[in-house]
Design a protein around this ligand. Structure first.
Ligand SMILES: NC(=O)c1ccc[n+]([C@@H]2O[C@H](COP(=O)([O-])OP(=O)(O)OC[C@H]3O[C@@H](n4cnc5c(N)ncnc54)[C@H](OP(=O)(O)O)[C@@H]3O)[C@@H](O)[C@H]2O)c1
Length: 368
């Protein structure tokens, strides 16, 4: 018989099971919000190199929906499929207090305030307790609320890693496509704070004022025609950050970049990286295309990188966000209730809300 090693450094006794928001089966594309339900699951015990967090706040992402519906990158395997006997719990972002640490964890202790990403796990963060790798968890900065920590996890790590992957932004001229989105907006703010010479945001016209307020010197409305064409009379740019994806955006980016410039994409040729299931043939062709683009662009620029941010790089987050005290913009704090979280999820995928949607799992502690 195998036994799970007893978690060390236990802060208090957790219950055996918990009520969380998730699924008993994989929802069809477009139906995650409607299918969301309360599920009863065991409180997980931290394995080797893991911590268990008593979740105070969780935040929602477009990727939560894609992961639940099995449409990340058209359907590449992510978390195991939920079943009646092994339900899945929604959620990537969390902030809370370390409750127990597993064997081999040295740099985190029970009682510490933390935030992090439970990336593509069966048991995610919309739950009273969440276990994840210690490496995906980081101490909450001094003076930050749990809500701010939860809202920073995925958005903050992806935005920082995207900038870090393109080198020092000082004196660079940059375009951010999807500048009104959560990740794009944070990239705009971080680039402006890091001393980029010029940041141009691409978004819909209704979000132009918001994107300027984040630090963009110029905003291009993609609804007024191809954004690359709208920038054609300007000197070529050093970096394009693409937070939207698609071959059309790639073509526009290549047209505005210097030959030694860099196209950093979060989604590659897939518009918003998910939302529909594709055949294995299409997924394979797309992956081959990306590999070819990444190799070929090193021989003949501009350079092309598809960011893979499944493991957070906390040192990039530290340098680009935390040292400058760049905090997330939170749009709404929701109750940990099925209907409220379901409608917030719908809003996240339909672009109806700008700024992070945070869920107060323990409402009395969330602003602390
Ligand atoms: N590669 C990775 O490791 C990784 C990790 C995390 C996330 N992602 C992906 O990154 C993407 C962005 O995530 P997010 O959380 O920031 O999403 P988000 O907050 O929903 O933002 C998406 C933005 O896309 C914009 N948009 C839609 N169509 C557009 C177009 N044709 N041209 C320009 N902008 C357009 C929308 O702007 P308007 O409302 O102004 O139209 C919206 O603000 C998602 O697809 C996500 O799956 C990738």
């Amino acid at each position: 018989m195998t036994t799970t090693p007893a978690p060390q450094n236990m802060h208090h006794k957790a219950p055996d099971s918990m009520r969380a928001l998730g699924f008993l089966a994989r929802p069809d594309p477009g139906s995650a919000a409607a299918a969301l339900q309360w599920v009863e699951v065991p409180v997980p015990a931290p394995g080797k190199g893991e911590v268990r967090v008593r979740v105070v706040a969780a935040a929602l992402n477009r990727d939560d929906v894609h992961a639940a519906e099995g449409t990340v990158f058209g359907g590449v395997p992510t978390a195991p499929r939920p079943t009646e006997t092994q339900p899945g719990v929604l959620g990537i972002d969390f902030a809370g207090v370390v409750d127990a640490v597993g064997p081999g964890v040295r740099d985190l202790q029970a009682g510490q305030r933390v935030f992090g990403v439970a990336y593509m796990q069966r048991l995610g963060s919309l739950a009273p307790y969440c276990c994840t790798k210690a490496s995906r968890t980081r101490p909450l900065p001094e003076g930050w609320s749990f809500a701010q920590g939860a809202a920073t996890g995925l958005t903050g790590s992806v935005a920082s890693m995207a900038i870090d992957a393109t080198g020092d932004p000082r004196d660079k001229r940059c375009v951010v496509v999807g500048a009104s989105g959560n990740i794009g907006g944070l990239i705009v703010r971080a680039l402006a704070a890091a001393g980029a010479r010029e940041v141009v945001g691409v978004c819909s016209g209704s979000n132009a004022a918001r994107v300027k307020a984040l630090g963009a010197v110029q905003v291009v409305d993609y609804g007024q025609g191809p954004w690359g064409r709208q920038l054609a009379d300007q000197p070529p740019f050093d970096i394009v950050f693409d937070c939207v994806g698609g071959r059309d955006i790639e073509a526009e980016a290549l047209a505005v970049l210097r030959p030694d410039g860099h196209l950093l994409t979060l989604c590659g040729p897939m518009r918003l990286l998910g939302g529909r299931r594709l055949s294995w043939l299409t997924i394979t062709r797309t992956l081959v295309y990306i590999a070819w683009r990444m190799i070929f662009s090193r021989v003949r620029g501009p350079r092309y990188t598809l960011l893979s941010a499944s493991e957070p790089d906390w040192s990039a987050v530290e340098t680009l966000l935390l040292e400058r005290d760049i905090r997330p913009s939170i749009d709404a704090l929701h109750r940990f209730e099925r209907d409220e979280v379901a409608s917030a999820l719908e809003a996240v995928v339909s672009n109806r809300r700008q700024g992070k949607q945070v869920v107060a799992v323990r409402p009395d502690e969330v602003e602390a």
